[in-house]
Design a protein around this ligand. Structure first.
Ligand SMILES: C[S@@+](CC[C@H](N)C(=O)[O-])C[C@H]1O[C@@H](n2cnc3c(N)ncnc32)[C@H](O)[C@@H]1O
Length: 280
């Protein structure tokens, strides 16, 4: 376990993941009934962009920093509103950036709950420190896949599982698709949001084929390419596979992703994809 998200906080991949996450949470808040969010690979919760790790890579300069000065075009900016509001509330200055636990907590109401799962002991200490005491939250130092299996379905029977692993292991795609199939059996009405890097296009195609067989009939694929995807070198493209996406999400992402691709492009091959796919 060498991965530390502090090196990558606020990069283009976080922008996509967190902007989409805040839209999904906004949709969950539209009904009064309680929901639960299960974050399988939670990370440290808050990041210091002026700290050693973030400064060494400077990835946030090609991510969130490109969004701070100018709004996107009208309709795209409107889609970004819940993400912007959370950043404004959570970040005391431009040199901090929230992780998924801080964003999720920001969206919870009195009746909602979240569980944050993080295996790395040192990161878990940082996460507990960042979140403080909060009766709405449970923080577990445990394997995210074990947590996924053990914590679904939640008692509320409404909610989201966010799966954002480090992709240090060869079998990460296989573990994600197998656990998505597990969730389709145990909690077919829950929403799942799976983040993945796009480097090896054949591996991504195999993953897509596998999740089409997961048992979820409603799947949405989002992709953001800020440059040509390549096996080696810095990450230039990533995706989100969303099972049981809220019905307006595809429409919202059709507005947001072209503007994000244009703003975050590193070269002239930036592109995006919003693809509702059905079970194979
Ligand atoms: C990509 S980061 C998570 C970022 C976070 N979701 C966010 O958006 O702010 C992945 C995290 O997973 C943790 N991790 C690695 N292996 C894990 C495992 N098997 N179970 C749970 N967490 C794990 C890493 O320590 C790291 O903090």
């Amino acid at each position: 376990m060498n991965y530390r998200h502090a090196f990558h906080a606020g990069n283009f991949a976080d922008v996509l993941k967190h902007a989409a996450l805040m839209r999904v949470l906004t949709h969950l808040r539209m009904k009064e009934t309680p929901f639960r969010v299960i974050d399988t690979h939670a990370g440290a919760g808050m990041y210091d962009l002026s700290g050693d790790e973030a400064s060494r890579t400077g990835e946030w300069r090609e991510g969130i920093a490109l969004l701070t000065d100018d709004p996107l075009d009208g309709p795209a900016e409107a889609v970004l509103a819940p993400y912007r509001a959370a950043l404004a509330a959570l970040c005391p200055g431009p040199k901090t950036y929230p992780g998924s636990p801080a964003l999720i907590r920001h969206a919870l109401r009195a009746q909602d709950r979240a569980s944050f799962n993080e295996l790395h002991p040192g990161t878990c200490v940082l996460l507990r420190r960042a979140m403080g005491r909060d009766s709405h939250l449970v923080i577990n130092e445990m394997d995210g896949y074990m947590a996924w299996k053990a914590q679904v379905p939640p008692p509320e029977r409404r909610g989201l599982v966010l799966v954002d692993p480090p992709f240090e292991k060869e079998d990460e795609f296989d573990r994600m698709s197998a656990h998505l199939a597990m969730m389709a059996r145990k909690w077919p009405t829950g929403t799942a949001m799976l983040w993945y890097p796009i480097k090896n296009l054949a591996a991504v195609a195999r993953f897509e084929a596998a999740i089409r067989e997961s048992g979820f009939s409603k799947l949405l694929i989002l992709e953001l390419h800020v440059d040509r995807a390549e096996d080696e070198g810095p990450l230039a493209a990533c995706g989100l596979a969303i099972a049981n996406a809220p019905w307006k999400l595809a429409e919202e992402m059709q507005l947001l992703l072209p503007a994000l691709a244009e703003r975050l492009a590193r070269g002239d091959v930036a592109r995006w994809r919003v693809d509702p796919v059905l079970e194979g």
